[in-house]
Ligand binder design. Structure first.
Ligand code: PEP
Ligand code: MN
Length: 356
């Protein structure tokens, strides 16, 4: 798949690739002022929402097609290529007619294969880069499916944007980052251009720098950061947007890393990796041994008509493991996840033995 950074001619060698601009185009003045503020900040692509997918009606739903000529002006005055979101066929045609350079597909569209297929059909025979945001739910197959549909329409430059996923409970994030989902996506499309959207993940400008750095640690190729000339008075997503100057500071402080930097002596890390490998072997041995004992327990339960699930006993075990783990600097969340997975496997093992 031709989705590597090299396939994006204007961006060759440039890492990370930076996409910046307002959540929404609001007025011509706001768009132009923001774009001029971004000119000397190392930005590669200007973004702006023309049609806004809002969760509930009544909020600002985008300025619509009247904003397209403003973006043309941005390109003329700054030379920056322009990216906008498209969610249906009408958006695609209007964007192409207005000479937009890059399209992106939003999280609420990626969830819907019908909508994606219509967009893909409208793009048949068009040579334009398309960036595809992950769906709002943590479903890597839907994300991959959207990428495949767009690729089948003949689009060769495709990128994936991670913008986090919605969650039921409270979180410091507006949309929790699901780094594992990105790692899983890369198993299917290893060369895909990967962009992180710290603005929609955080929902809060204070967290944008931190998430951007995390994304670079995880080898993202670029960042999409919402930037507004007057963020507090933005018509959408006010809390998460930064000014062009703030963006400049965030970008200056980013530390770009690589997996195998040239000239670095790897001997020390190799020793440490050997130790980790040795510990992993021990973990696997112990897990195997633990499961063998679980089989004896299953037989005991069967002989004595005991249920497999013994909730009180399990809750006591987990609480004591959490306390133990916390004394060793492990978070209660991590211990819970590890032992829930051990417990699940143990229940499945007992079930399959007893019901053999
Ligand atoms: C956006 O980028 O402005 C946007 C609406 O994002 P998402 O689709 O990630 O919610
Ligand atoms: Mn937004």
């Amino acid at each position: 798949m031709l989705t590597k950074l090299e396939a994006w001619p204007t961006l060759k060698e440039k890492k990370p690739m930076i996409i910046a601009g307002p959540c929404s185009a609001e007025t011509e003045e706001q768009v132009i002022q923001t774009a001029h503020g971004l000119k000397d900040k190392g930005v590669d692509i200007f973004r702006a929402g023309i049609w806004k997918p809002r969760t509930r009606p009544g909020s600002f739903e985008g300025i619509g097609s009247v904003g397209l000529p403003w973006l043309k002006r941005v390109k003329q005055e700054t030379g920056l290529p322009i990216a906008i979101e498209v969610a249906n066929v009408k958006h695609v045609y209007e964007a192409l007619r207005a000479g937009i350079d890059i399209l992106w597909i939003g999280a609420r569209t990626t969830v819907n294969p019908f909508a994606i297929q219509e967009i893909a059909d409208a793009l048949q025979g068009v040579d334009i880069p398309v960036l595809i945001k992950n769906p709002i739910n943590p479903d890597v197959a839907l994300w991959l499916g959207a990428i495949e549909r767009i690729e089948k329409s003949g689009i060769s430059r495709i990128g994936a944007i991670h913008r986090g996923v919605s969650q039921a409970g409270k979180s410091v994030y507006r949309n929790n980052p699901e780094w594992q989902m990105v790692i899983d996506l890369k198993k299917y499309v290893p060369d895909i251009l990967l962009i992180n959207d710290p603005s929609h993940i955080s929902g809060n400008r204070e967290l944008v720098a931190k998430i951007s750095q995390q994304a670079l640690e995880l080898k993202f190729d670029g960042l999409m950061i919402e930037t507004h000339i007057d963020p507090d008075n933005a018509w959408s997503d006010a809390a998460q947007q930064v000014t062009p100057d703030q963006l400049g500071m965030i970008l200056n402080r980013l530390i770009v890393k690589s997996e195998q930097p040239e000239g670095v002596e790897l001997k020390n890390i190799e020793e440490l990796r050997k130790s980790i490998g040795y510990i992993d072997d021990q973990l696997i041995d112990l897990l195997g041994y633990r499961m063998k004992i679980v089989e004896d327990i299953a037989q005991f339960k069967q002989r004595n008509n005991m249920t497999i699930l013994q909730e009180n006993r399990w809750n006591e075990l987990v609480s004591s493991h959490i306390e133990n783990g916390m004394n060793k600097g492990l978070s209660s969340d991590f211990i819970t996840k590890v032992f829930n997975s051990v417990h699940q496997e143990s229940i499945e093992r007992q079930n399959s033995l007893i019901n053999k």
